[in-house]
Write a protein that binds this ligand. Structure first.
Ligand SMILES: Cc1ncc(C[n+]2csc(CCOP(=O)(O)OP(=O)(O)O)c2C)c(N)n1
Ligand SMILES: [Mg+2]
Length: 319
């Protein structure tokens, strides 16, 4: 079912918030105002924003290292995101984990993980809990991570156990240093689902409505007890990490044009459909600007942490 006009405007605002957040993050990193390892999802915003209109607040969300957009789309604590980027005590991990470890358990969102592929195992474990609680898991990762053994073990287990999990692949054709032709057998990741007897599909990952439609269909089936499904979203990343500029697509400038850039594409679509007017667009952009400004002020007012003991909060019972 197509999202309502209100939902579409919500998706558009979320995409703009992710885009604005990450452009600011890159800018501040380049100026040396924030530090650490950061993996923007610039160019991939349609995926987190569309999924967020499909899963429920009660569902679990587990992503890999490029999870910042999912953190924002899920409605996780936005001020705490910026405090984290500034390394302050009010950050989501009190300023110690940085952008690659964003998570907000009040929202059941584990949207950071530095170990590529680890999220598949965590999500599959969460699938057992989700089944007990009558909810589901949305598990997200890059295509490169599907070459790890844990991905295959997880899909096998989830299929055997009919776990309520939607596996989502953000296929951007690149890993850290490589392209898929060097690393990834087979044309499409979706076909791997067939090996485990689950449904799989590939969609244009820069097309909000295509992602939304297929994700909604799979979520409905999963909630009806079908077991896991796999959705591959074909997209492109504008950058790998803020400090790795060596494996960018050759045509990165072409990706920023309205026929490819997911944000501009959706804006055009909404205008053609009469859903977005100039005044609404101005209002949405102003909302985003204010949200960012508020969070930046919050972050800068948050104290810098004292020096931590290396094992502080590593164990649930202090040792
Ligand atoms: C287990 C492990 N191996 C290697 C790395 C280094 N590494 C970080 S990102 C990355 C590429 C991941 O590619 P993909 O899964 O396609 O995600 P993308 O970055 O394209 O979103 C690699 C190899 C790591 N973090 N963890
Ligand atoms: Mg990739």
């Amino acid at each position: 079912m197509q999202p309502t006009s209100g939902e579409m405007l919500g998706i558009y605002e979320t995409m703009l918030l992710i885009r604005t957040t990450e452009l600011k993050m890159v800018e501040l990193f380049k100026k040396g105002e924030i530090e650490g390892h950061m993996l923007p999802c610039l160019g991939q915003e349609a995926i987190p924003a569309s999924l967020a209109k499909v899963y429920a607040d009660t569902d679990y969300l587990v992503t890999g290292h490029r999870g910042g957009g999912h953190y924002v789309a899920r409605g996780c604590d936005y001020n705490a995101l910026w405090a984290e980027l500034y390394g302050r005590v009010d950050g989501v991990t009190k300023g110690r984990g940085g952008q690659i470890h964003l998570m907000d358990m009040t929202k059941k969102a584990m949207t950071g993980n530095a170990v590529v592929g680890q999220q598949w195992g965590i999500a599959t474990g969460a699938g057992f809990v989700a089944r007990k609680r009558g909810v589901m898991v949305v598990a997200v990762g890059g295509e490169g991570s599907t070459n790890r053994g844990v991905f295959h073990e997880s899909l096998n287990m989830a299929a055997v156990q009919k776990l309520p999990i939607l596996y989502v692949i953000e296929y951007n054709d690149r890993q850290m240093w490589n392209v898929c032709s060097e690393t990834t057998a087979g044309e499409r990741i979706a076909t791997r689902a067939l090996a485990y007897g689950m449904e799989g599909a590939s969609v244009d990952g820069n097309d909000v409505l295509a992602i939304h439609a297929k994700a909604a269909e799979f979520v409905r089936k999963i909630r009806e007890g079908s077991g896991p499904c796999l959705l591959e979203c074909i997209t492109a990343k504008w950058t790998d990490s803020v400090s790795n500029l060596r494996n960018l697509p050759e045509n990165v400038e072409a990706m920023k044009k309205p026929d490819f850039d997911p944000v501009l594409r959706f804006e055009t679509r909404l205008r053609i459909d009469g859903v977005l007017t100039d005044s609404l667009d101005l209002q949405i952009k102003e909302n985003v600007r204010q949200k960012l400004q508020g969070a930046l002020s919050f972050a800068l007012a948050s104290p810098v942490p004292d020096r931590y003991d290396g094992i502080d909060e590593v164990y649930s019972q202090p040792v």
